[in-house]
Structures are given as C-alpha cells and as structure tokens.
Write a protein that binds this ligand. Structure first.
Ligand SMILES: NC(=O)c1ccc[n+]([C@@H]2O[C@H](COP(=O)([O-])OP(=O)(O)OC[C@H]3O[C@@H](n4cnc5c(N)ncnc54)[C@H](O)[C@@H]3O)[C@@H](O)[C@H]2O)c1
Length: 254
C-alpha cells in the first residue's frame, strides 16, 4: 500500500539535505506539490531540481525557522504560489555544541532551542491558520529519540526535542476537532549526513557505539524516516494525532 498525497500542497523546512530533502522527494513522489525551505539556498534549490527532474512540482523559499517573521513569509509564499497549505513537515534542526549543562554556553543554548523548539512553534503558529482556511491539514514535527531519552553533553538539543513532542501533543488536542492532525517522528541515529561529515562512518569506534544503541544493530536511512513521515501525512494515518512514532530500529524499546 503506497500512501498518496495527490493534489496536496505541503512545505518542508530544513529540506536542503538529509532527512528534509528525503521527505521533500518522497512527498513529491506521493503526488504533493512541495515548497522546499532552508537557510541553505543552494541545497534547497538542488532539492527542487531533483523534484522537477522526476516530474514533480516544487519551488524554494528561504526561511530561518528561528525567526518568526520568516516562518510567516514561508507560509504566505506557499499559499501565494499554490493557493493553499495542506501539509507541513517541521524538520529543520541543529545538534549544537557538546558540553555538560554546567558548562553549556547560554548563547548556544538559546541558539539550539531557537532552531529546534522555537522553530517548530513559529512554523506551526503560521501553518495552523492557513490549514484552517484550507479546511484541514496534517503536520509532522521531526523530533528525535533524544526527545524520549537523555544524552550527555547535549542538554539544549535533548530539552528542545522533548519540547517538540510536548508541543505536538498540546497542539494536537487543540486542533483534533478541526480536521488538523499533528504528530511527531522520532528518528534514531541516521547513517551518512552530518555523522559522516564528523567521521562517524562504518568501522569507526563511535559508529560501532551508536549502532550498538539500536536493537537492530544498524543506523537508519533518510528514506526510512521519509517514508514514515509521508505515511503520517497521508489519509492512511487518519486516526493518528498527538502521537510520536519512533523510527529508531528499537533504540527506545529497551
Ligand atoms: N540525522 C540524525 O541522526 C537525526 C536523528 C534524530 C533526529 N534528527 C532530526 O532530523 C532533522 C533533520 O536532521 P538531518 O540529520 O537531516 O540534519 P542535517 O544537518 O543534515 O539537515 C538539517 C537542515 O536544516 C537546516 N537548518 C539548520 N538550521 C536552520 C534554521 N535555523 N532554519 C532553517 N533551516 C535550518 C540546515 O541548513 C540543513 O539543511 C533535525 O530536526 C534533526 O534534529 C536527525
């Protein structure tokens, strides 16, 4: 069974690379028109090009999710370009510095929470009225397994991701009677991307440590997360709201 998003208009934040790009491509292949967004214009345009090359419809709007006005502009641009907003994936995120809480730089804390938690709030704040105008919609917020369990030297990120799951539940209750479903996805550690950039590839000690955290003894792929997100956006998930789905190879099962 393939989830269909045929005829829907959706936006994805942080879609220049990684999970966000994979979600944008998967949404387009399920039939959605996609507004790709990121602070990285070059990567975002590359995502758009990949969608256009495969016969889909997409365009790019730059948006720093930590700035409320830019999120307002992203939603307005999407509605301006395509007439409505049915779907949103609030994916933009950043890991931040590694330090114990007692030594965590308050400015870095604000930056990390500003992107990972304020960013999701800013986006939803403008997406929800647009979806009410459209008569309904579906939102998936990208949290993390670190929204469910702790991780040392990452208190800002861990706190923000726990916050995303709480925000998802609160908003889901508010909009459940108004035809808008809101859910979160909790990816485990994903192969490639910024892990690879940090030298965490197969054969390294850290890679072996991370794979050992997952019951399936491997890391996930961007596509595995994207497929779950598209399912949650689709009518196949019509009774799913306020939930967070762990796509984590069993990381949080123990
Ligand atoms: N990769 C993993 O192992 C993993 C695991 C669990 C959760 N996640 C979450 O998944 C999401 C995507 O992660 P990823 O691994 O693809 O990351 P990534 O670093 O590969 O991509 C993140 C994207 O977000 C963009 N971005 C950063 N700050 C932004 C801002 N202020 N406004 C708009 N865009 C911004 C970046 O430019 C980048 O394109 C994040 O929310 C991350 O926390 C990732």
């Amino acid at each position: 069974m393939n989830a269909s998003l045929e005829g829907k208009v959706g936006l994805v934040t942080g879609a220049a690379i990684g999970i966000g790009r994979s979600v944008a491509l998967e949404m387009a292949s399920a039939g959605a028109i996609v507004m790709v967004s990121d602070v990285d214009e070059r990567g975002g345009e590359e995502t758009v090009r990949e969608i256009l090359d495969s016969g889909g419809t997409a365009s790019f709007t730059r948006c720093d999710v930590s700035v409320a006005e830019e999120c307002a502009n992203l939603v307005a641009s999407t509605v301006g370009a395509y007439g409505t907003l049915d779907l949103a994936v609030n994916n933009a995120g950043s890991g931040g510095a590694a330090a114990t809480t007692g030594e965590y730089d308050p400015a870095e804390w604000r930056r990390v929470v500003g992107i990972n938690l304020d960013g999701v709030f800013h986006c939803m704040h403008f997406e929800l009225p647009a979806m009410l105008n459209a008569g309904g919609g579906a939102i998936v917020n990208v949290a993390s397994v670190l929204g469910l369990v702790g991780w040392p030297q990452a208190s800002a990120y861990v706190a923000a991701k726990h916050g995303v799951i709480g925000l998802t539940k609160a908003a889901a209750l508010e909009y459940a009677g108004r035809n808008i479903r809101i859910a979160a996805v909790n990816p485990g550690f994903i192969e490639g991307g910024h892990l690879a950039e940090a030298g965490i590839t197969s054969g390294s000690e850290m890679h072996a440590f991370l794979t050992g955290k997952h019951a399936m003894k491997r890391l996930g792929t961007h596509a595995e997360v994207a497929k779950a997100v598209v399912w949650m956006l689709s009518d196949e998930a019509s009774f799913v709201t306020g939930a967070s789905l762990s796509v984590d190879g069993g990381y949080t099962a123990s």
